[in-house]
Design a binder for this molecule. Structure first.
Ligand SMILES: [Cu+2]
Length: 546
């Protein structure tokens, strides 16, 4: 009875699918998902028609030709036309269904002419997104509060659906996805995008999407992949091209490779890069010719500010001019982009100052430091800042070569840079610099432990021996701190204990290690606090001995 009722409501539902009933498949937000949806509806209605016809004939025969009515059955065998008919008609129906199905399949697999490629790697139990050619990669973890999972707080509508770092993509662009896995088989499924592809270790599968509408789309892993399979949701944020570019620039500002920052750029390199930035962002107001549209948008060609001291020029581009359309670009562009676009403006059109600005000078300004200090800091945290390739995650190739080139003499134009303008003072300290109190570290560490480590080591720190060792009372955790740091950063090859150094920054690692050393009775009486600087030192050591 119950089953019948459900089937019935399903029929009703597909009838009024446009009314937003949730029984049916979603039409989605990509041309491909629309095609998949139409194909699904077409096949569905063909099946309905065949069903009605076949069951109708059967029902008619059962009711009107039944024995009790004394209907006299036809007695014939091997009726050629009848047999031909019921072979040929289904054949044509199948062909009619195969044509649109094949066209849609071909479309699904046509990943060519993409605008952007994103590599998606499944991990137990999180996703990693890598924007190929953009130097951007990050992990995306479920961030549902522990209390909701444990039933201590009511579950919200987005329970187990949200992540800390969503996948951000532009609308109206063809995005190609490459899927693979680091461990077991996962499957990346976002219904609204019409994408569902297995992520297999050692293989790369492809899919694509061109999203029509900006918005947030949810999905999840759909291949049973172990204990926390339910805890690896997917969130895709589709935004305007401009919003995406800004997001991209912000990410790059954070993950800029030390090599790019440290190298001494030539005037031509900077101009080339600067032209891209200028044409992409600034030309809308200042025009490709640099002549602007006075009086609203001033001409940069021959501008006193652009041809004047470089400090004033940098300040205007980084901090904008409040109250005018000239925005502060310091959070929208990376150090390299700011240095490049300023150099471009100073040496284009009629402007011939011959001065260049190096990316590292912009970084120094942001942090209120000298160029030499920034270089030293970069050296210490270099491995941390280097985006990791999947190969580098494996313990055998864990050491990232340190960056030692071009660290000597200050750059030629350093002299023209004055002390940092006051606006740069609010820039965040570089990764690993700030010391934290024990309480801060413990609080932060607890969150990380509960979200990442507790799946194996348990909330109680007791683990699940013999597979997952207890940390409570562990000799390693209560022993020399270097060994503890080393185990968490570099994992233990051949066991489920992964390399965490590329997944967390210095502060997170320091916090979780401090938490482990001072919880469940560990190190009772004499707390050992690990600071982000200890992690930075460990990283530097790793970099120094490849
Ligand atoms: Cu999975």
């Amino acid at each position: 009875m119950r089953v019948q009722f459900n089937l019935f409501s399903l029929l009703i539902a597909s009838n009024s699918a446009s009314a937003g009933m949730s029984y049916n498949m979603t039409p989605g937000v990509t041309p491909l998902s629309h095609d998949i949806y139409s194909l699904h509806m077409l096949i569905f209605w063909i099946c309905v028609a065949i069903g009605v016809l076949v069951f109708g004939v059967m029902l008619y025969a059962i009711i009107f030709h039944r024995k009790s009515r004394n209907h006299k059955p036809y007695l014939f065998h091997e009726h050629t036309w009848l047999e031909l008919g019921w072979t040929i008609i289904p054949f044509f129906i199948l062909v009619a269904m195969a044509i649109p199905a094949t066209l849609t399949l071909i479309e699904m697999n046509d990943t060519e002419k993409e605008d952007l490629t994103i590599k998606i790697t499944g991990f137990q139990w999180k996703w990693r997104y890598e924007y190929l050619g953009q130097n951007i990669s990050f992990f995306s973890n479920a961030n549902t509060p522990r209390d909701q999972i444990n039933g201590k707080k009511p579950k919200t509508a987005l329970y187990l659906m949200t992540v800390d770092h969503p996948l951000v993509v532009p609308v109206h662009k063809k995005i190609r996805f490459l899927m693979t896995s680091n461990d077991v088989i996962h499957s990346w499924w976002v219904p609204a995008l019409g994408v569902k592809r297995d992520a297999l270790p050692g293989f790369i599968n492809e899919a694509w999407a061109r999203i029509n509408r900006a918005g947030t789309y949810y999905g999840q892993c759909t291949e049973l992949c172990g204990m926390n399979h339910a805890y690896m949701p997917i969130v895709v944020e589709a935004m305007s091209e401009q919003g995406f570019q800004q997001w991209l620039a912000k990410q790059k500002g954070e993950t800029e490779s030390p090599v790019e920052l440290q190298k001494q750029w030539t005037l031509d390199e900077l101009k080339k890069r600067g032209e891209e930035v200028y044409m992409g962002i600034c030309a809308a107001c200042h025009q490709p010719t640099g002549n602007g549209i006075p009086p609203t948008f001033p001409s940069l060609n021959g501008s006193a500010l652009v041809n004047g001291p470089v400090a004033g020029h940098i300040d205007r581009v980084m901090n904008g001019k409040p109250g005018t359309a000239m925005q502060a670009f310091k959070n929208q562009l990376s150090d390299v982009e700011i240095a490049a676009v300023i150099t471009y403006e100073r040496n284009s059109w009629g402007n011939k100052t011959g001065t260049s600005v190096q990316p590292i000078e912009i970084k120094a300004l942001r942090e209120g430091k000298t160029v030499d200090q920034v270089k030293a800091a970069l050296l210490a945290t270099a491995p941390n800042k280097t985006p990791v390739t999947p190969a580098a995650v494996s313990p055998t190739t864990s050491a990232v070569p340190s960056v030692t080139s071009t660290t000597s003499a200050p750059t030629a134009s350093t002299a023209t840079i004055p002390a940092a303008p006051p606006q740069a003072a609010n820039a965040t300290p570089p990764n690993g610099a700030a010391a934290l109190s024990q309480q801060q570290l413990m609080e932060k560490g607890q969150v990380i432990f509960e979200n990442t480590c507790a799946t194996c080591h348990q909330l109680t720190g007791e683990g699940m021996p013999p597979t997952y060792p207890p940390l409570k009372g562990s000799a390693l955790v209560n022993g020399p701190v270097e060994d503890h740091i080393n185990r968490v950063m570099n994992g233990k090859p051949g066991t489920a204990m992964q390399v965490f150094k590329d997944q967390f920054n210095d502060e997170d690692l320091a916090a979780v290690i401090t938490y482990e050393r001072n919880s469940w009775g560990n190190n009772a009486g004499h707390p050992v606090v690990v600071q982000p600087s200890d992690i930075a030192a460990a990283r530097a050591k790793l970099g120094a001995t490849p």
